[in-house]
Design a protein around this ligand. Structure first.
Ligand SMILES: Cc1cc2nc3c(=O)[nH]c(=O)nc-3n(C[C@H](O)[C@H](O)[C@H](O)COP(=O)(O)OP(=O)(O)OC[C@H]3O[C@@H](n4cnc5c(N)ncnc54)[C@H](O)[C@@H]3O)c2cc1C
Length: 467
C-alpha cells in the first residue's frame, strides 16, 4: 500500500483491531492502515516467560504489538458495562450492553471459548450478601475467560482475517510520531518505521495507543490544544495466595470484583484482575519502569497452585498537580531502585511486623511465589503509608469472606500501577475537537479493559462509515 489510506489506525490493541474489523466487515473498499510500534503477533516473545527475568527490551512484547496489551493478557472479557471503563459516559447502559454483546460475538467467531462465569444468580447473590455484612461491595459482572494462550489464538485469528483482505495493511515496528492537522481537520501522521520517517495521508485517523502510548497521546493533544482531563491513578500491590483461599469465590465468579473503603483514610480499594491458578508476571513501561501484573492459562495442565489479584487504591489528584502518570511511575521506580530494576515481593506477616522479607524468610513461606524473579524486600520503603495501610486494612476485611487471606504467608508484589491516561475530550462517537480525528481505548483514558476498548473501536468504525 502506498502512504495514503482512508483510515489510519494508530495502535493495534483491541480498540484499533475492532475499528478495523467493523470497517472491513461493513465496507471492504475502504483502505485501512494499522500501525503499531510493537511486533506482529507471532513475533511477540517475552524473554521473561522463558528465562524468569525481564530483559528490558526496547519494545516490550507484553504491552506492544498486534493485539496490544491484550495478547498476553489473561483474556477476561467483562460482559457488563459496569466493568472495564467509562463507555456509559458516552452512551446509554443498554447501548453499551448491546455493543458488548456484539463485540463478544466477534470474540466467539474468532475462537473464544463458550464458557461464561458469574451467571449463577443465586450464588452471586449469596456472595454479595455475605460480603455486604462486612462493608464489602461485590460488583457483579459475567466474565468470559479466554485464558492467556487462547487470547493469543483469538487475536491471531483476527490478524489473519484482516491481513488477508487486500485493503488492509498492518505495519509492525512503526511508531506514530506526530499527528498532522490542517484547518481543524486531521490529514494524516508522521510515522517512523525502524528509524525511517515518512508521512502518511489519511482521511480519518484513529488514535488507540493504549496505556503504553498515553504519554505520547498527551503530548499530541497538548500540541493540538485538545482538552484533556486528569484521570485517577491506581496504585497498589499484587496479592498471591493458595487457590484454596479463593476457590469458593472464583469457581462461581471467576473474578471476584470487590470494593472496600479503608478504615483509616476512607480510600476506595478494589480487587482487580483476579487469576485463579495463575501466575504473577512483570511488565515494562517505556522500556524502563517494571511493574507487576498477572494472568492465567485456560488449560488445566498449566494451572498453578496459586490465585493472584491486584489490590489497588484509587487516587484522583486535584489542582495544581496534573501528572498522575508521573506520580505512579515515581512510586514504581522506587521499588525498581531497591530491587536492582525488578519487582519486589514481601510476605504480609513481615510487612505487618515492620521487617524486610529476605530470601530465608521467603523460603519459609507456605505460598510459593510464581514470579521467580521477584526480589524479596520491604514495601514500606516504597508505598506511602496511606496506600499501605489502606491495603492491609482491606486484606483484613476481605479475610472475613476469604479466610486465610490475612495470613503472614500471603505474598504482596510491588508495585502494581494502573496508569489511566489523561481523559481526552471527545464527543459521543469518540471524535476529538479536530474533525475526523478519534481517540479511543485505554490510551484516551476512556477504557480499562479488553471489552470496552473493543466497543470504542466499533463506535468509531460506525461513525466513519456514516460519513
Ligand atoms: C498483563 C496484562 C493482563 C491484562 N488482563 C486483562 C484481562 O484479563 N481483561 C481485560 O479486560 N483487560 C486486561 N488487561 C488490560 C487490557 O489489555 C487493556 O485494557 C486493553 O488491551 C486496552 O486496549 P487498547 O486497544 O486501548 O490499548 P492496548 O491494548 O494497550 O494497545 C495499544 C497499542 O498501541 C501501540 N502504540 C502505542 N503508542 C504508539 C505509537 N505512538 N505509535 C504506534 N503504536 C503505538 C502499542 O504498542 C500497543 O500495541 C490486561 C493488561 C495487561 C498488560
Amino acid at each position: 500500500m502506498e502512504n495514503k489510506c482512508d483510515v489510519l489506525i494508530i495502535g493495534a490493541g483491541p480498540a484499533g483491531i475492532f475499528t478495523a474489523l467493523e470497517i472491513s466487515e461493513k465496507n471492504p473498499e475502504l483502505k485501512i492502515l494499522i500501525v503499531d510500534k510493537g511486533r506482529a503477533i507471532e513475533k511477540r516473545k517475552c524473554p521473561e516467560r522463558a528465562q524468569g527475568f525481564c530483559s528490558k527490551c526496547d519494545v516490550c512484547s507484553i504491552t506492544s504489538g498486534w493485539s496490544g496489551a491484550g495478547a498476553f493478557s489473561d483474556g477476561k472479557l467483562s460482559l457488563s458495562p459496569e466493568v472495564g471503563g467509562r463507555v456509559t459516559d458516552y452512551m446509554s447502559w443498554d447501548q453499551a450492553q448491546e455493543l458488548i454483546n456484539y463485540a463478544d460475538s466477534f470474540y466467539l467467531r474468532f475462537g473464544a471459548r463458550d464458557v461464561v462465569y458469574g451467571l449463577n444468580n443465586q450464588k452471586v447473590e449469596d456472595i454479595a450478601y455475605e460480603a455486604s455484612k462486612y462493608a464489602i461491595k461485590l460488583v457483579p459482572c459475567p466474565v468470559r475467560h479466554l485464558g492467556t494462550e487462547h487470547a493469543f489464538k483469538v487475536l491471531k485469528a483476527m490478524y489473519d482475517f484482516l491481513v488477508s483482505k487486500p485493503q488492509v495493511e498492518f505495519r509492525e515496528l512503526t511508531k506514530a510520531e506526530d499527528l498532522l492537522v490542517k484547518d481543524g481537520k486531521v490529514t494524516g501522521a508522521i510515522l517512523n518505521t525502524k528509524g525511517e520517517k515518512y508521512e502518511v495521508a489519511a482521511d480519518f485517523v484513529v488514535v488507540a495507543p493504549g496505556r503504553g502510548g498515553a504519554e505520547w497521546l498527551k503530548a499530541q493533544t497538548d500540541k493540538l490544544n485538545i482538552i484533556t482531563e486528569n484521570n485517577e491513578v491506581d496504585i497498589g500491590v499484587r496479592v498471591e495466595v493458595p487457590n484454596s483461599i479463593m476457590d469458593h469465590l472464583t469457581k462461581h465468579l471467576y473474578e471476584a470484583k470487590l470494593v472496600y473503603y479503608s478504615d483509616t483514610f476512607d480510600n476506595k480499594v478494589r480487587s482487580f484482575c483476579m487469576n485463579p491458578g495463575g501466575v504473577v508476571s512483570g511488565e515494562l513501561y517505556d522500556g524502563e519502569v517494571a511493574v507487576v501484573n498477572g494472568h492465567s492459562y485456560a488449560d488445566p495442565k498449566l494451572k498453578t497452585q496459586n490465585t493472584n489479584f491486584a489490590l489497588l487504591v484509587s487516587t484522583r489528584f486535584t489542582e495544581p498537580f496534573n501528572e498522575p502518570i508521573e506520580y505512579g511511575k515515581y512510586i514504581a521506580r522506587l521499588a525498581n531502585m531497591l530491587t536492582g530494576g525488578g519487582i519486589m515481593v514481601q510476605r504480609l506477616g513481615d510487612l505487618l511486623k515492620g521487617r524486610r522479607t529476605d530470601y530465608d524468610r521467603l523460603k519459609k513461606s507456605t505460598t510459593e511465589p510464581t514470579l521467580k524473579s521477584a526480589v524479596p524486600g520491604d514495601l514500606s520503603y516504597v508505598l506511602p503509608e496511606r496506600y499501605l495501610r489502606s491495603i492491609t486494612e482491606t486484606l483484613r476485611a476481605f479475610d472475613k469472606i476469604a479466610p486465610g487471606l490475612y495470613s503472614r504467608n500471603t505474598l504482596l508484589y510491588g508495585v502494581e500501577v494502573k496508569f489511566y491516561s489523561s481523559k481526552v475530550k471527545v464527543n459521543n462517537n469518540f471524535e476529538t475537537q479536530i474533525s475526523n480525528l478519534y481517540a479511543i481505548g485505554d490510551g484516551a483514558g476512556i477504557t480499562r479493559g479488553l471489552m470496552q476498548a473493543s466497543v470504542t473501536g466499533i463506535v468509531v468504525a460506525r461513525d466513519i462509515l456514516s460519513k
